[in-house]
Design a protein. Structure first.
Length: 162
């Protein structure tokens, strides 16, 4: 790491002719651009500091001293979420994307899990269940299994596309 110093001449008559004023700040337009790039892709503070060539202490000090920069980086961190939303909305013509969108946005209307609520009296085994009811129950169970299988297959296909 290169350290630059500013040397300022002192008036004649002093014991030392030059005064050391410290090194120049790394707070440059290029470093700010790198910080913005990292914020826009959700990079961690460690990754950001590494890429910009600054320490974590420097990063946090700059964020405290420069509220405008801190606010700008916070805004840029929202960019991927906005892009993801735009992508989803642009693909709502696809029925699978549309259904997945509804499942996430309105889970009470479009649940991911089928909930069945039973009412009435439970057969205690002493009474005979008519064959017609047994056939209806068997048909319901088969349709339920088919529906679950179909949803699993559709979900797997959708995950392959994404």
């Amino acid at each position: 790491m290169e350290v630059k110093s500013i040397i300022m001449p002192r008036p004649k008559g002093h014991r030392y002719q030059y005064k050391y004023l410290g090194r120049t700040s790394k707070f440059t337009e290029e470093v700010v651009r790198k910080l913005e790039e990292c914020a826009a892709v959700q990079a961690s503070v460690s990754e950001t500091c590494f890429y910009a060539g600054i320490s974590r202490d420097t990063y946090y000090r700059w964020m405290e001293e420069n509220r405008d920069l801190s606010d700008r980086l916070d805004d840029l961190r929202q960019k991927p979420f906005l892009k993801a939303r735009q992508t989803i909305i642009s693909r709502l013509d696809d029925v699978n994307v549309a259904f997945r969108f509804l499942e996430k946005m309105k889970p009470e209307e479009f649940p991911d899990i089928l909930k069945i609520q039973l009412s009435g009296q439970i057969n205690d085994g002493r009474t005979h269940t008519p064959q017609e009811d047994l056939d209806t129950i068997a048909k319901f169970h088969q349709e339920l299994k088919d529906n679950i299988t179909r949803r699993i297959i559709n979900k797997a296909k959708q995950e392959e596309k994404i």
